[in-house]
Ligand binder design. Structure first.
Ligand SMILES: [Zn+2]
Length: 343
């Protein structure tokens, strides 16, 4: 249900009439999990596109307002933007032990996957994803090229298991430039987001490892290179947070002693493993350690909502200058999803 004011809805389910997607019944939930499992185990994967597509569907399901009828229409361009963001990180030069650099292979062919090639070209012209997006003409052209590629492959191959062409997640056709998730599928992605993302990233990691074994050996930090990690520091976002918090800990509200300041994912990384600027707060070491992977209590949640309402644009501007992704809408939806789980 779109926000009638047209703005970002920084409110959470128990405080507003938050629209939940039509719930999947238990039978559909089990079927969904079984399907994801068979897709990851038996799909014939020649590139990592299928993982990117699955992750895109999961992320978009979490970050989007549900439709009233329980389906979810997803424009191909939204999927393409997700692909570009995932491969933007993964197409960065990977440093080898011998001092050389390489772009990691993402498919089995003789040339690297086409989308990766396009992203590499864009990376040569723009140092950050934000800068690439700001160059609107180039960005639109890249999104359009990537959309066409996704339509060609992997969109309709994703649901092919063995010889069966299924429509468990979405109908196998593009209508008005988008696909439609079946009723209840968005709800399933929201319910099982953690399982889907973990499985998907594990298989993605394994495949990249296999494809690049000859060149890179088995580096320990490959997963962090591909998907980022909880400890990402983003030092450039600290000054604005410090200023907005007046040098105090976001949780206990006491001044943070020198050397005790930590950057914290407000919605924990264990629930939503993506860096989004509006999700960051500064905490003292004690509070950060105590909070760990839990959700913050409601007072802190209120403060977080208020802060993002009042200073969301400022945070976005600072994030843009350092290449940290920011999407206020997505952060609001993800928070609603995370707190809905514990309500
Ligand atoms: Zn504290």
């Amino acid at each position: 249900m779109p926000d009638p004011r047209g703005g970002i809805r920084w409110v959470l389910p128990r405080k507003a009439n938050y629209w939940k997607p039509e719930q999947a019944d238990p039978f559909q939930q089990v079927e969904f999990l079984g399907f994801i499992q068979s897709l990851l185990e038996h799909g014939e994967f020649v590139s990592t596109y299928k993982f990117a597509l699955l992750q895109a569907l999961a992320d978009i399901s979490l970050e989007s307002d549900p439709e009233v009828d329980g389906t979810l229409r997803i424009p191909l361009s939204s999927i393409a933007e997700k692909f570009i963001a995932y491969y933007w990180t993964q197409a960065a030069p990977f440093h080898l032990a011998n001092g050389d650099q390489t772009v990691l292979r993402q498919n089995t062919g003789t040339k690297n996957a086409a989308i990766v090639g396009k992203v590499v070209e864009m990376r040569k012209k723009h140092s950050t994803l934000y800068s690439a997006k700001s160059s609107q003409k180039e960005w639109r052209s890249l999104v359009s090229t990537v959309s066409s590629q996704i339509k060609l492959m992997p969109l309709f191959k994703l649901q092919t298991v063995g010889r069966k062409r299924l429509e468990s997640l979405f109908t196998n056709e593009v209508v008005d430039g988008g696909i439609v998730l079946q009723k209840g599928v968005q709800d399933c992605f929201r319910r099982f987001y953690g399982i889907v993302i973990r499985l998907c990233r594990r298989e993605w990691l394994d495949m990249v490892r296999r494809l690049n074994k000859a060149t890179i050996g088995a580096p320990l930090d490959l997963a962090e290179f591909l998907f980022g990690c909880e400890r990402n520091q983003w030092p450039g976002i600290r000054p604005v947070l410090r200023e907005l918090q007046g040098g105090k800990c976001f949780y206990c509200q006491k001044s943070i002693l020198s050397g005790q300041e930590e950057l914290d994912h407000f919605i924990p990384w264990s629930l939503y493993p993506n860096d989004l600027a509006h999700n960051f707060v500064l905490a003292c070491r004690r509070c950060n350690g105590a909070k760990s992977d839990d959700l913050a209590e409601s007072e802190a949640l209120d403060r977080w909502i208020e802060r993002n309402k009042a200073h969301g644009i400022r945070i976005k501007t600072e994030a843009a200058s350092i290449g940290l992704p920011a999407d206020a809408n997505a952060s609001a939806r993800v928070a609603a999803w995370a707190y809905e789980r514990v309500d």
